[in-house]
Design a protein. Structure first.
Length: 83
């Protein structure tokens, strides 16, 4: 998948962020701040809270680039808060 394809997909679906884990479910936060509970079996084993994910072929995959960018933005906000 190209970067352009990924951007188009994200715009169509909106950003999904792993909020937390509850038993056999992964709780995803959608852009409108609502949550969605999805069976953990639909995710890679190394999924972590804070990961940005997208749905492809019935499974959720980690969008590594978006996850890194989101973490950088959060770090900048935290740094600004404590300065």
């Amino acid at each position: 998948m190209t970067h352009v394809d990924a951007v188009i997909r994200k715009e169509a679906e909106g950003m999904l962020i792993v909020d937390r884990f509850e038993e056999e479910y992964v709780v995803l936060e959608q852009e409108d701040k609502t949550t969605l509970d999805v069976e953990r079996s639909k995710f890679p084993a190394d999924i972590q809270a804070g990961d940005v994910v997208y749905l492809e072929g019935g499974r959720y995959l980690i969008d590594t680039e978006a996850t890194i960018e989101r973490a950088k933005k959060i770090q900048v906000m935290m740094d600004d808060l404590w300065e």
